[in-house]
Design a protein around this ligand. Structure first.
Ligand SMILES: [Zn+2]
Ligand SMILES: [Zn+2]
Ligand SMILES: [Zn+2]
Length: 218
C-alpha cells in the first residue's frame, strides 16, 4: 500500500523497505525504552519498516528479517554480508571497516572532489575507487531511477559542460515561455454586448474591467 505516484516502476524494482531505511535516523535513544541507557537504536526490521529499533524492541521481531546498522565516523553503514542477502548492491563502493566489508547507507557531504579523480559517484560526485558507480545505497537508489537517468541524458545534451545548474535553469525557461504565450497581446474589444452592458451599468469605471480579458474568448 504505497502512496503511488510517478515512480511506480522504480518502486517495483526496489524492495518496499529501502526508502524507509534510507530516511531513518539510527543511533538515537529508543522512544519506547527510555529507562535503559544502553538502548541505542541500531536495528531495522525489513518486514515492519517501523523505524530504528533497539535491542529490546527487537524481541518483537524475532522471526522477521532485520539488519544491524553500524557506524563509521558518524555515518551509517551496513555489512555487505547482511545486506546482500536482501538487495543487489552491485555498483556500490564497499569499504572494509573493522575487517568487515560494508556499504554506506547514504551519501556523505564532500567539500570538493579530489585532484585527478577519474571515477566519481554518478549522483553526488564523490570520488570512487575502480569501477564503482555509486557511493552508497541512497545514491544507487536515486541514480538508477527512471527520472534520474532521463535528467542525466537531458543535461548532457543541453550543455556539454559539467555545470549541474543547467538542469534547473532550463526548466524555468520553459515556464517563462508558457507565461508569455498565455498573456493577451491585444487590448480587449469593446464591441461585444456583454462588455458593453457592464461598462454602461458601472459608470465611472474605465473600459478595462478585470473581466474584459475573459470576454475575448467568445
Ligand atoms: Zn526500544
Ligand atoms: Zn518486524
Ligand atoms: Zn553518491
Amino acid at each position: 500500500m504505497g502512496a503511488g505516484g510517478p515512480d511506480e516502476e522504480d518502486n517495483n524494482r526496489w524492495p518496499p523497505w529501502l526508502k524507509p531505511l534510507l530516511r531513518e535516523h539510527f543511533f538515537v535513544q529508543c522512544k519506547l525504552h527510555l529507562d535503559s541507557h544502553k538502548t541505542e537504536c541500531n536495528m531495522f526490521c525489513l518486514d515492519c519498516t517501523n523505524g530504528a529499533l533497539c535491542s529490546l524492541c527487537l524481541v518483537h521481531h524475532k522471526d522477521h528479517r532485520y539488519i544491524q546498522i553500524r557506524r563509521s565516523s558518524y555515518h551509517d553503514v551496513i555489512r555487505v554480508s547482511e545486506i546482500q542477502k536482501y538487495l543487489d548492491i552491485s555498483g556500490i563502493q564497499t569499504y572494509v571497516i573493522n575487517s568487515a566489508k560494508v556499504v554506506f547507507i547514504n551519501e556523505r557531504p564532500q567539500p570538493r572532489p579530489g585532484k585527478g579523480v577519474i571515477n566519481t559517484c554518478e549522483v553526488c560526485e564523490r570520488s570512487l575507487v575502480d569501477s564503482f558507480r555509486f557511493c552508497s545505497l541512497g545514491c544507487k537508489f536515486v541514480g538508477t531511477s527512471k527520472n534520474f537517468q532521463k535528467k542525466r541524458r537531458q543535461m548532457r545534451m543541453e550543455s556539454g559542460s559539467e555545470d549541474s545548474l543547467s538542469c534547473s535553469s532550463s526548466s524555468s525557461h520553459g515556464e517563462n515561455n508558457k507565461v508569455q504565450s498565455f498573456s493577451p497581446s491585444t487590448p480587449p474589444p469593446t464591441s461585444t454586448p456583454v462588455n458593453y452592458r457592464s461598462a454602461k451599468r458601472r459608470k465611472g469605471i474605465p473600459h478595462r474591467a478585470p473581466m474584459a480579458g475573459l470576454i475575448i474568448e467568445y
